[in-house]
Design a protein around this ligand. Structure first.
Ligand SMILES: Nc1ncnc2c1ncn2[C@@H]1O[C@H](COP(=O)(O)OP(=O)(O)O)[C@@H](O)[C@H]1O
Ligand SMILES: [Mg+2]
Length: 305
């Protein structure tokens, strides 16, 4: 799948701004960006649901502008909106989506049973979808999107509102699908979730800020990151921010995260020498590894959420 210089404008507003990327077969590719950054709009263009203003894309070799309906037939799509029928049972929801994709009769019986087994939903077959927990609803929505065995799967914030344990299980499932050759594009604004992706794009205001593996993106964070306990923390933050050797400083829970230029040989000593004379009480200072949140922050200059 490839997106080339995709643009979507709504009136004067540019929601997606010349976005390009390529996704390999069997890859879990993440789209990480704050709300309103253009993730859903991009997915809808790639699913053949929305025409780009400019640019092009091919999904499974099919052109998204010339043949959007052919694109739709060969993909699975889990939209950000609730897509199940609450007052239909698990089984009836599957039948509905099976019908929509032309998966009926014996084929439907086989596939739906195997998906229910695989997604641990077999015991819930007769329950109404509206009575399931969010985690189970999400697995049912995935089952519905997989009935026609699409080689490409689009998941738009599939785990929002789901607890971390169920999220973990969901990503284990995605890993299995990817290993069987399915390409997966998943959007999220949750940092720890992005860690499960093989590669990801960081997007902000419709623009691509960076693309790479989680490791590559974290390696781009400049300087050395130090976690500092200091009281009171706000004046400490202000003092450190004024120093040229300090590349970035932010509040992280009750501690400060301070990125110090690589040229400084003793970052902890530098930090103490800035804070102690101002009467600030300095506790533990230790080096920490950058996270994707730091990568986002250093590229964009603001928090992802
Ligand atoms: N149909 C539309 N008409 C006008 N503006 C839209 C429309 N769809 C999305 N937008 C705007 O485009 C921006 C990106 O939206 P979206 O792609 O949903 O972002 P995300 O999924 O990253 O939260 C937002 O500012 C949103 O308000
Ligand atoms: Mg969205």
């Amino acid at each position: 799948m490839i997106a080339e210089e995709l643009v979507k404008q709504f009136g004067d507003f540019t929601a997606v701004d010349h976005l390009s990327f390529e996704i390999q077969r069997g890859e879990i590719f993440g789209f990480l960006g704050p709300n309103g950054s253009g993730k859903s709009t991009t997915i809808r263009m790639l699913c053949g649901l929305l025409l780009p203003t400019e640019g092009s894309g091919r999904v499974g070799g099919v052109d998204i502008v010339a043949e959007p309906e052919r694109v739709r037939r060969q993909i699975g799509y889990m939209s950000q909106e609730f897509s199940l029928y609450r007052d239909l049972s698990v089984q009836e929801n599957l039948e509905f989506y099976g019908g929509a994709y032309g998966v009926v009769g014996r084929l439907f019986a086989e596939r739906s049973s195997s998906l229910l087994e695989r997604l641990d939903l077999a015991a819930e077959r007769d329950r109404l979808a509206g009575t399931l927990s969010t985690g189970l609803q999400q697995r049912l929505a995935l089952a519905c999107a997989l009935l026609h065995q699409p080689p490409i799967l689009f998941l738009d914030e599939p785990t929002s509102g789901v607890d971390p344990v169920s999220r973990r299980g969901f990503f284990d499932l995605l890993g299995e699908l990817a290993r069987s050759g399915v390409s997966i594009l998943i959007t999220t604004h949750v940092m720890d979730e992005a860690e499960y992706c093989n590669r990801l794009v960081l997007i902000h205001r419709g623009r691509r800020m960076a693309l790479g593996t989680p490791g590559e993106l974290k390696a781009q964070v400049p300087g050395r990151l130090m976690q500092v306990r200091a009281e009171p923390s706000m004046p400490a933050l202000d003092l450190l921010a004024q120093r040229p050797e300090v590349l970035d400083v932010s509040l992280f829970g009750t501690a400060l995260h301070v990125a110090v230029a690589d040229a400084v040989s003793e970052p902890a000593e530098l930090i103490r020498s800035v804070l102690a004379p101002a009467g600030i009480e300095v506790g533990e200072i230790r080096a920490v590894r950058p996270t994707l949140e730091h990568a986002f922050l250093s590229l964009v200059g603001e928090e992802p959420e």
